[in-house]
Structures are given as C-alpha cells and as structure tokens.
Design a protein around this ligand. Structure first.
Ligand code: PBG
Length: 326
C-alpha cells in the first residue's frame, strides 16, 4: 500500500479518531510523587534548585498527602532531609529519625489510602554526603550493607509499604530481603534503583537534600553512562536477589535502556523523571521557550511508551489535574 490509496493522515484529522487509535495512556495511579521530609514544625521551604518543590515538616507532609489523595495520586516516595548527620549514616537507623516519624504519622492518619515508598540510602545522613561508610577514601560496600539493611528495617517497622534502595551497593537487595524476612516482613516489596547512572541530572536534588560531596564522586558505585549493556547484569542480579520491581534513573536520556529492559525482563519498570529533567523544563518555561505542561506530558508519554509502568515525577500534582480535567 502506498499513497494515494493509503493516506496516513486519515487517522489524524479528528481528535476522537486520534484518541481511538492511541496506544499509550497515563493514569493518575501511574504517578509517584517525591516528598522531601525535614525536621521542625510548619516548615514549607521552597527548594531553590527545584522551583515548586518544598522541604516539608511532618505536619505539612500530612497536609500534602491529603491533597494528593484528593487528586487521585496513590503513591509517594519519601526522602529525608536531616539536620543530624554522622560519619556512617547510623542516625537514620533510629526510629526517632525524621522519615520513620513521618511514616508513622502518615500511616496513622491515612492507613492504606496512600502507598509509602521509602527511598533507602545513607547520603542524607552522612556528614560527608557519601552513600555509605568510607574506608580508604571510598564507600565500602559490605560495611554500608549493614547500615542500609538496618535503616531499611527501621523504615518498614515504622510503616513503609515499599523500600527503594538507591545506594548501588552490590548485594543490597539480598541483604535487605534477608533482614526483612528474618523479622517477619516477608510481604514488604523491594523496588531497588537497579539501573542508576552516575548522572549530572541529579544536581538539583543534591541541593534539596544537602548531600553535595566535599570530596570524591559516586562513580565507584553508580553506573557509567558510556556503557550499553551493563544494565542487564544489574537487573539480573537484583531479580536473583529477590526484588519485586525495578527503578531506572534518570529517565529522559535513558529511554533506550528503559525500552531494552522492557524487552529483556518480565518485571515492572518504574522510571524516575529526575530533578535535572524537571529543572530543565521549568527553566525553559520561565524563559517562555516552551509550554511547561505540554512538554512535561510529552516527556512522560515518551517514558511510558519506552516501557515504564509507573513514573516518579515532581510534576505529579499538575499532571493529575490535567488528566482529571480532560
Ligand atoms: C540518593 C538519591 C539521589 C536521587 C534519588 N536518590 C541522588 C544521588 O544519587 O546522588 C536523585 C533524584 C533526583 O535527581 O531527582 N540516594
């Protein structure tokens, strides 16, 4: 078949035809909203590097959850912004730490109305900003597994529904799985950031949680974006260690990886539309170069089209409003 018998524009002339033949949908329930939890009371502190996003104290997190539930958003991802730090991040293993306290408060108020995914890493809690225990000027893998699994257990005991380890230590899924199972939490899923590149797209986030590194970088544990197939081994290892879904980040510059992961593995994929991706769109919109929400929707559809089942996005609220008004 070819022109003029066939005319591809026939399926595009009318809005209803376009939606009739549309492949990819975004549902509000596919959106996961990241929340930065800080100490104090009635704190709502705009994050300079992430316009429109805030550090919220527990009371304001509760208020935010109420708004999210009204919008139909069903999942949040919690990050701690801790004033208290120590050399190994052990502070986060305490049930008095900021995220466990907040999780308890959310659970008390909303029960299972909203799914609480807890990001699991030491970088918000170490004085040096690294993701774990430093030995010989590097993050020591096996020492870091100790604090990670202990922090994970604390988060789950306080009511976290899902753990999302974002540290990139080898063997962490297995270690966390074993710790949860030994403590009777065999029903709690683990969604590791299986594929996490050492990326400049995280810049605005590090300012948000105050985890800028004074020395060194994260290239000895996060992945090298110059590699094509390394992600396959990362995902295989995590699946073998018992993960339940995987997170891939960043998203936008890594759609090839999302798409290949979808083809190669039968496991739900969650993509993280990270801080730098959000900030680029915001800045371009502020300069009147693009329409912020048209562009954001296009990016989110691209991420879903590549194969993600769900997307972690700082735009979740605006997108939920757009989707529910259509
Ligand atoms: C840290 C963590 C990071 C992000 C999520 N978890 C930053 C990092 O690894 O340096 C990035 C998220 C974003 O940029 O939006 N454990």
């Amino acid at each position: 078949m070819k022109y003029p018998e066939s005319r591809l524009r026939r399926l595009r002339y009318n809005k209803n035809i376009r939606s009739l033949v549309q492949d990819v949908e975004i549902n509000i329930s596919d959106l996961i909203y990241p929340i930065f939890v800080c100490e104090g009371n009635n704190v709502k502190d705009e994050i300079e590097s992430l316009k429109g996003q805030y550090r919220l104290s527990t009371d304001n997190v509760i208020e935010k959850c109420e708004q999210l539930i009204k919008l139909g958003i069903k999942s949040i991802l919690l990050f701690g912004v801790s004033d208290k730090k120590d050399s190994n991040g052990e502070i986060a293993c305490s049930s008095d730490s900021i995220v466990p306290i907040t999780i308890k408060a959310i659970k008390e108020r909303f029960k299972y109305e909203i799914l609480i995914i807890a990001d699991l890493c030491n970088c918000s809690y170490t004085s040096h900003g690294h993701c774990g225990t430093i030995i010989d000027n590097d993050v020591d893998n096996d020492e870091t597994l100790k604090t990670l699994s202990s922090q994970g257990l604390t988060l789950v005991k306080s009511g976290a529904d899902i753990l999302a380890p974002s540290d990139m230590m080898d063997g962490r899924v297995q270690r966390i799985r074993d710790t949860l199972d030994m403590n009777g939490f065999e029903k709690i899923p683990i969604f590791p950031y299986s594929v996490k590149y050492a990326s400049s797209f995280y810049g605005p986030f590090r300012n948000a949680v105050d985890s800028k590194l004074e020395i060194g970088d994260r290239k000895t544990h996060q992945m090298n974006f110059k590699n094509t197939n390394e992600f396959i081994r990362e995902i295989e290892y995590d699946i073998n260690e018992g993960c339940d879904a995987i997170i891939i980040k960043p998203a936008l510059a890594y759609l090839d990886i999302i798409s290949k992961a979808k083809e190669n593995f039968n496991i739900p994929i969650i993509a993280y539309n990270v801080s730098g991706e959000y900030a680029m769109v915001k800045s371009a919109a502020e300069n009147n170069q693009v329409d912020e929400y048209e562009l954001t929707m296009e990016i989110l559809y691209a991420i879903k089209r590549a194969g993600a089942s769900a997307i972690i996005t700082y735009n979740a609220e605006e997108i939920a409003k757009i989707l529910s008004n259509k």
